[in-house]
Design a binder for this molecule. Sequence first.
Ligand code: PLP
Length: 450
Amino acid sequence: MKKVYEKPVITRLETGFMNKFGKSPFYSRKVRQDIDGVPIERLVEEFGSPLFVYSERQLREKYRQVYNAFASRYPNVQFGWSYKTNYLQAICSVLHQEGAIAEVVSAFEYEKARKLGIEGKNIIFNGPHKPIEILEVAASEGAMIHIDHFDEIIDLEQVADKLGKQIKVAIRLNMDTGIHPQWSRFGFNLENGQALDAVKRIASGGKLILNGLHCHIGTFILEPEAYAIEVEKMVKFAYQVEDNFGFKIEYIDIGGGFPSKNRLKGTYLPPDVVVPPVDEFAEKITQALYSNLRPGDFPKLVLETGRAIVDEAGYLITTVFASKRLPDGRKAYIADAGVNILFTAFWYKFNIEIDRPVQGANEPSVIYGPLCMNIDVIDEGSLLPPLERGTRLIFSPVGAYNNTQWMQFIEYRPNVVMVMEDGSVELIREKEDITDIERRERLPERLKVK
Ligand SMILES: *Cc1c(COP(=O)(O)O)cnc(C)c1O
């Protein structure tokens, strides 16, 4: 059969794959025109730029994926949502709806969880600074209090006297799991006998009942094996405590620290290569449980996973405000979002997507934020095509530790929205104005400008 004539077309060739020097200058950047089906442009028109956007669907899916990795392997699993990773009410509520209890590390976070309707018995209270007033509230409400130091034991015994009852407590351990630098400043050291001393001290006081062990070995841990070591040491210690002091260790809380698909600065390979899937962590952890637990013993396994659940559900839309050429020849862009709201830019190199296809060769470019501060850099060097003013850049993943560690500095903090599962968009934190910032200030009469 004779072929039909086809008009010749010229297609732009997108060559260049990732190699050991990174991406070729001709690699085309990923274009993102929507988040869960909602156009970027519509989001910005309605809520402004910069704008934090969370995906309810991705948050729930991730929670279920991580939870099921453990629940499918071990019969007694409880997740506690790490408030400091992201304590926006809407985020916490989604995770509480999914079944997580609250994990808090300060009086403020404790109050936040209570205000959201979480009962004391469903709050894990960690942290090195728990003033006696909040300890008393937490103890009377039956919270899971995790003791950090000997002074806290003394405080809690005082609270027990005041309440006229024994208080159930857990202790936090720190230990060598092969992760360095070792987080040895929290809790009681296992290897040097301090943890055992803490148990002796608690037992001799007779006012506290030890019913749990806690440990949190660090954050963005890329080694599943470290958790296997942690679990083995915790289970062995639990039996040592049970056999010698008569306490029953009802739960083992192994903390958080699993990595998200983010890229630590200086990491050579992409997250898809270096970040082990959560199933690998779950497999190592549950294997370590089964090889060290006594037959028929299934203490509750508590996890406080923060970053790995929320990071990838968060995006930041920013807009190119201006561009300039640096004296060293590099292209520079000024975006409307900086380290004031993207605090984790100090450690991570984000994935940057552009809201439209852009023609032109890529060149090394640096992206600055809006602050009048030299350190305000949100990307130190990426290959970018020439970007016009008004181009939207979508940074991800940014869901962990930005909406808690952001600061009001020079600029206002922007709107935060959630794209709901039904495709609607909800404002979950309204952008600030001057009244938010000045509400607590007092200007003495005699200093007023006349
Ligand atoms: C911060 C923190 C977590 C959460 O850590 P991620 O790295 O976000 O998973 C869990 N437990 C404790 C005690 C923490 O301080």
